[in-house]
Ligand binder design. Structure first.
Ligand SMILES: NC(=O)c1ccc[n+]([C@@H]2O[C@H](COP(=O)([O-])OP(=O)(O)OC[C@H]3O[C@@H](n4cnc5c(N)ncnc54)[C@H](OP(=O)(O)O)[C@@H]3O)[C@@H](O)[C@H]2O)c1
Length: 253
């Protein structure tokens, strides 16, 4: 029996990086998982690679900036597996590192749509589904050191600060409903996230180098998956509203 046997999870951003590692570990630990992202072929490969895992993986291709997708992915989990216990708001994209003098309107809308609006829509649906079911639930947000450090542009850092606030507010509001909400403050990791950046703003990037230079070697995304396992499992039953830094010590600099 795995540590998540009998649980049903929805993981966004499951087609690469941290999200795929979270799906792999959850399925190995017995959870039934709905894997969400836009690239269907990647999701199909992931599900096929987990055919022998204790938990079953179903894919749900979709764009997380769309409110309807956030709602439908949770309904799909209930339809497929009979209930819903765990939401991981992991999907996210970078900005181009620009300061507020030079952010583009397009980046602001795009980054907030994926990094903030998506988690808001998904968290509302998750909380209402947990309450309807009358069972406890766990929500895990993947934020970033960018919520506290100027290690990316104004848009990305502000988007992750919003996620921290969403997580804490949710933790407080529903603590008596058995709903837990926790946040991972991720440092630098070896994933595909830089592909979402586009051409960086070199003037701003030059200023960020001093902050980025204090970071340790980038971590493996499996480290995030292990923290997400803890925050989803009963081992963290009394952990709510927390911000867990998983960053090799960067938070201490
Ligand atoms: N890597 C780091 O150093 C780092 C540091 C701090 C925080 N983080 C955070 O960690 C999280 C995971 O990122 P990662 O590093 O694993 O990056 P990644 O490898 O680029 O993965 C990002 C995932 O998000 C999905 N995604 C992006 N836009 C989406 C959309 N509109 N709809 C649905 N899914 C979407 C991507 O799938 P599709 O393209 O297939 O849709 C992909 O599966 C993000 O929230 C990121 O901000 C990363």
């Amino acid at each position: 029996m795995g540590r998540l046997s009998g649980k049903v999870a929805v993981v966004t951003g499951a087609s690469s990086g941290m999200g795929s590692e979270i799906v792999k570990l959850y399925a190995k630990e017995g959870a039934s998982v709905v894997a969400v992202a836009r690239r269907q072929n990647r999701l199909e490969e992931l599900a096929a690679s987990l055919a022998d895992a204790e938990g079953k993986v179903e894919i749900f291709p979709g764009d997380i900036s769309d409110k309807a997708v956030n709602e439908a992915m949770i309904d799909f989990a209930v339809e497929q597996f009979g209930k819903f216990d765990i939401l991981v708001n992991n999907a996210g994209i970078m900005d181009d590192m620009a300061g507020v003098d030079a952010f583009s309107d397009e980046k602001l809308l795009k980054v907030f749509s994926v990094n903030v609006y998506g988690p808001f829509y998904a968290t509302r649906k998750a909380v209402n589904t947990f309450k309807e079911q009358g069972n406890p639930g766990a929500i895990i947000h993947i934020a970033s050191e960018g919520a506290y450090k100027t290690c990316a542009g104004a848009v990305y850092c502000a988007s992750k600060a919003a996620v921290v606030a969403l997580s804490r507010n949710t933790a407080y509001m529903y603590m008596h409903d058995g709903i837990r909400s926790n946040c991972i403050i991720a440092g630098g990791f070896k994933t595909e996230i830089s592909t979402s950046m586009g051409m960086p703003n070199m003037e701003a990037y030059g200023k960020l180098k001093a902050v980025l230079g204090t970071a340790p070697e980038p971590g493996e995304p499996t480290e995030i998956a292990k923290a997400c396992l803890f925050l989803a499992s009963d081992d963290s039953a009394y952990v709510n509203g927390a911000e867990l830094a998983v960053d090799g010590g960067w938070c201490a600099s």
